[in-house]
Design a protein around this ligand. Structure first.
Ligand SMILES: NC(=O)c1ccc[n+]([C@@H]2O[C@H](COP(=O)([O-])OP(=O)(O)OC[C@H]3O[C@@H](n4cnc5c(N)ncnc54)[C@H](O)[C@@H]3O)[C@@H](O)[C@H]2O)c1
Length: 331
């Protein structure tokens, strides 16, 4: 694909180990690169993406669809209008029983399940982090300073395999490195905190548990509610979020949208293609792509070191201090 002259961009939606190599090849051939999540599997791969994008001048975008969710963009609009005050703390998660995706129909690990055998980390931080980057101005006014992480024991994989296939099923006898729930805590240089949970191998309904809190109020996705001091009726009582979503609806959603994941897949690809056609920066740039991704490597390192704080590199090389908000600016 990178040798063809009639292609302007390459998108990789393959198993994780191909993401960075495909993006590097695309950028080196002068073609826009886009990758499914996560963008990389190691710190070295994160740096390779950044350096190659900088050296070639070619953008690279991780396709994080939850950055484009209608509710999340309305919350971004509210934050930018100051309704929550100054942002202090945030919570996000990817809580989704993915046993059907880690294992094939006969209960043997697919390529994705192989990762559960090898590492104990938040292997899928980007869906939770998607909206958080712009909510917290990460890479545009602030950046992650360090991450500490803890892992629970690993019970869910074996329990589900044994119940479905019996205790003598060979994959039920394997040792899985991956803890059931990973909790990573990030602190930013400016002093905000962020909790990121990975919870993908216990039986449960889907959840992202987004919560963002500032000096004047907060948004809670699970409650579908906000509390805004001086605006919400009642003394420190929740009020429903849907009227706010309507009022602060983002311009990206002001026409009927259809497509996978509630229309977010369509919007992210449309915006990527627009950038390719106009030869402009992609809506999620290489710095944001690796920042959402790097929690994978940092959490693994912290867990290995007994939850010690692990410094997050400044992938922007200092540009975070002078760069203003950049995502979804056309409100
Ligand atoms: N954004 C989302 O909501 C979302 C949802 C599901 C999956 N994903 C991501 O999408 C990616 C793919 O996941 P999936 O569930 O579709 O996996 P899958 O195993 O169903 O599909 C992977 C595809 O890659 C192809 N492939 C494998 N090796 C290849 C190679 N060397 N060259 C070319 N093609 C190759 C396979 O033939 C297959 O078609 C993963 O990164 C996953 O994390 C994202």
């Amino acid at each position: 694909m990178v040798q063809r002259e009639d292609l302007d961009a390459v998108i990789t939606a393959t198993p994780w180990k191909c993401h960075t190599p495909v993006c590097l090849a695309a950028m080196k051939a002068g073609k826009y690169a886009a990758t499914e999540v996560p963008a990389a599997l190691s710190l070295e791969e994160c740096w390779a993406l950044v350096k190659t994008s900088e050296e070639t001048g070619v953008p690279c975008m991780m396709l994080e669809n939850w950055s484009f969710r209608r509710d999340n963009l309305a919350v971004l609009n509210m934050i930018r209008k100051g309704l929550l005050g100054q942002i202090v703390h945030c919570h996000c998660a990817h809580s989704h029983n993915c046993m059907h995706w880690y294992f094939d129909a006969k209960g043997y690990p697919r390529w994705s399940g192989q990762h559960l055998l090898k590492r104990n980390a938040d292997q899928y931080p980007t869906h939770g982090m998607g909206p958080v980057l712009s909510w917290m101005n990460l890479n545009c006014g602030d950046r992650i300073d360090y991450v500490c992480a803890v892992a629970t024991q690993s019970l869910g994989i074996k329990d589900q395999l044994v119940r479905k296939y019996g205790k003598d099923h060979p994959p039920a006898k394997l040792d899985y490195a991956q803890g059931d729930i990973i909790t990573s805590i990030a602190r930013t240089v400016k002093g905000k905190t962020l909790v990121v949970n990975m919870d993908m191998q216990l039986p449960r309904p889907y959840d992202n548990r987004w919560m963002i809190q500032g000096t004047r109020g907060l948004y809670n996705e699970q409650r579908n509610a906000v509390y805004l001091e001086g605006i919400s009726p009642g003394r420190e009582k929740w009020e429903p979020f849907p009227p706010y979503q309507k009022k602060y609806d983002h311009a990206l959603w002001r026409e009927p949208i259809e497509g996978g994941h509630g229309g977010t897949d369509y919007i992210e690809l449309r915006e990527f293609v627009k950038a390719v056609r106009n030869k402009t920066q992609t809506p999620i740039d290489v710095y944001d792509s690796v920042t959402m991704t790097v929690v994978l490597s940092l959490s693994q390192q912290s867990i290995t070191q007994g939850s010690a704080p692990v410094k997050c590199p400044d992938f922007t090389g200092g540009k975070w201090e002078t760069t203003g908000p950049k995502f979804a600016l056309d409100m």
